[in-house]
Design a protein around this ligand. Sequence first.
Ligand code: CA
Length: 215
Amino acid sequence: MDRLGYCWAVGLAACSPSEETPAPTATLPPTPLAEANCAQAAPSQVLDSGWRFAVDPQDEGRAAGWAAPDFDDTAWQAMAPGTPWEFNGVEHDGVAWYRSQLTLPRWEAFYLGFGGVDDAAWLYVDGQEVGAWRSDLGLRAAYLDLTPYVAPGESVTLALRIQDDGVFGGLKQSVRLGADLREVMSDLQWAMALAELNPTWVMPEWSRARPMPGL
Ligand SMILES: [Ca+2]
């Protein structure tokens, strides 16, 4: 994982982000914060295999238990996140679902990142709704601290109900699991997430995009 974006975002001259980037000839002594920020990347996984997909034109999936771990999705079609569902042969506007089984590694923390969702998404873990994202994310990432809802080594069912308001829809970027929030989004999305998480920091105006009210 490239550390350049992170080191730029936190403004630490002591960071040496990669072998391709020459280290500065003179640096300030590293502080404990700098050491923490430039530490080796936390473990992460790309969760793009094993997903099943179905459209839900009547929006009946919630009432019918499509998020439940014992729901039988074997008739659903296989579909990997990463491109809109239209790129996988599905012409559909409205509600659709993705489901997958996830076995948690033995990490101390778990963050889930969806990159971009189009246009809105609701995440269920073993049938419990744990997060929602609306259509005004823009370039910002949809992400969640999954740690309160899962345990190391546990197997859980992830279900995503997606609302597409038109044009393309679905999970348009890879789904990532990481032991640190930094590992589940791109450098650009991380800079935007930092701006959200640190409202007193001086950041570019574009990184201040806010969700619409009523989430
Ligand atoms: Ca759309």
